[in-house]
Design a protein around this ligand. Structure first.
Ligand SMILES: [Zn+2]
Length: 103
């Protein structure tokens, strides 16, 4: 089954002096500085904002949501990751390490 490829379309904000702000989607390479207002067709300038990438269901938004959620609700680790070596070497066998200062 082919996976759906998420397409990120940045959303930019423009402002008409008479009608107010409205949003348009453009690729980052083709976003113009001015567009016509959808209501009065007068020239509207692009506002300086961060481009909003995609919607709540897109992969970038899910990643941003998960990152923000982990700041306040970190996931509890209950074991080692799958495939990790089972025995960890906790004591060094290098004789030079005996000369290191002890706490
Ligand atoms: Zn307008």
């Amino acid at each position: 089954m082919p996976r759906r490829k998420d397409v990120v379309i940045p959303l930019y904000q423009f402002r008409c002096d008479r009608c107010g702000a409205f949003d348009r989607t453009y690729s980052m390479a083709t976003v113009p500085d001015t567009v016509d207002c959808p209501e009065c067709a007068s020239e509207s300038r692009r506002q300086i904002t961060a481009p909003r990438l995609g919607h709540g269901s897109s992969t970038p938004m899910r990643l941003l949501d998960a990152t923000a959620r982990s700041a306040s609700e970190p996931a509890v680790v209950t074991g080692t990751r799958p495939g990790a070596p089972r025995t960890a070497q906790t004591v060094t066998t290098n004789p030079l390490h005996r000369k290191l200062p002890r706490p």
